[in-house]
Design a binder for this molecule. Structure first.
Ligand code: SF4
Length: 337
């Protein structure tokens, strides 16, 4: 006779893992791998168990972020997934860091859209002096006028640069690990995984929060995704953006992402189990890969970008507000609330 698990048995297994996590005991790497390898029929049970963890730490709140591409294209790095890299032929806007008025206009828009955090992003290996000075000037002005939290994404940072960002009022720095240490050389050759970890340590030591996540769908194995989730947990990052590869034409990864909506949901659930207390953001590629199942992702994730991504379009903000309202969830107004 076939040994087929009943729905109750499947639900019990994920519920037991949720109990364990809620009791403060982390799940094992083996269980995290099992989540990624679970069949599509388990996804609802998995999300229901993951929702218990999300509800304990974040209730039914959703925090919105607003991305601003302050400098676009012209990057000397070769990240294979990125349309702004030196090896990409994708037709992206190319400009140096925007002027004060443009950055302030974007801050106003972020505020009007209900975002609590303004993510100021430049395409670069790391910031040059002019870019550092521009950030140091604009950050206090944005905070004073709009009361937004600021997350800066400026590439690799020295400790001294991290100290300067902290001093001018930056709350958080984004620097994604993107994938596992083992898989890193497959996605970039101009800097290393260790370089990225070092920047995160500088951010942490300077007293700012760390935002760091990854991209699923870049030819990695399930083990790589689990390894990244545990590395982020061990580094103590406060905020985890999880992207799903938008395989942009003109990048080495064009046409590469083979992800189903269920793959994305399993990955989000695994990150919630491994990082129970950390903010988890459904990020780039959600509209393409989760499609009509986007709302289900919010049962384990608690954050979204509202509006467009760096070089690609997101769905209209109203569609996100409607989705959040239909779920019976609320938009948060304070970082960490
Ligand atoms: S460093 Fe950033 S902007 Fe530059 S290629 Fe890599 S991901 Fe793109």
């Amino acid at each position: 006779m076939l040994n087929v698990e009943t729905n109750a048995e499947i639900g019990n297994r994920y519920d037991q893992w949720a109990e364990q996590v809620l009791a403060g005991e982390p799940i094992s790497r083996e269980n995290a791998l099992e989540i990624l390898r679970s069949p599509d029929e388990d996804v609802l049970a998995l999300l229901a168990a993951g929702f218990r963890i999300r509800r304990k730490h974040f209730g039914k709140t959703v925090q919105l972020y607003f991305l601003m591409s302050a400098k676009s294209g012209l990057c000397p790095e070769d990240c294979h997934y990125c349309s702004q890299s030196k090896i990409s032929t994708a037709p992206v806007p190319k400009h140096n860091i925007l002027k004060r008025d443009d950055l302030m206009d974007a801050a106003r828009m972020a505020s009007e859209r209900g975002a609590k955090t303004y993510c100021l992003v430049i395409s670069a290996r790391g910031p040059n002096e002019r870019e550092m000075a521009a950030v140091e000037t604009i950050v206090p002005e944005i905070k004073q006028k709009y009361g937004l939290d600021i997350c800066a994404c400026l590439g690799l940072l020295s400790r001294e640069q991290a100290d300067r960002l902290k001093a001018c009022g930056v709350d958080r720095v984004n620097h994604n690990l993107n994938t596992s240490e083992d898989h890193y050389a497959e996605i970039c050759t101009t800097h290393t995984y260790a370089d990225r970890v070092q920047t995160l340590r500088h951010v942490r030591d300077a007293g700012m929060e760390m935002c760091s996540g990854g991209i699923i769908g870049m030819g990695e194995k399930h083990e790589d995704v689990v390894s990244m989730a545990f590395d982020l947990q061990e580094l103590g990052v406060q905020s985890i953006p999880l992207n799903f590869l938008n395989a942009i034409e003109g990048t080495p990864m064009q046409g590469n992402a083979d992800l189903s909506p269920q793959d994305c949901l399993r990955a989000l659930a695994m990150f919630r189990f491994v990082n129970p207390t950390r903010e988890l953001r459904i990020s780039g590629g959600r509209e393409i890969h989760l499609r009509s199942l986007q709302p289900l992702g919010l049962y384990v994730a608690n954050s979204l970008f509202v509006g467009d991504y760096l070089t690609t379009k997101g769905q209209a903000p109203q569609a996100d507000y409607d989705m959040i309202a239909d779920l019976g969830f609320d938009i948060t107004t304070k970082m960490g609330e």
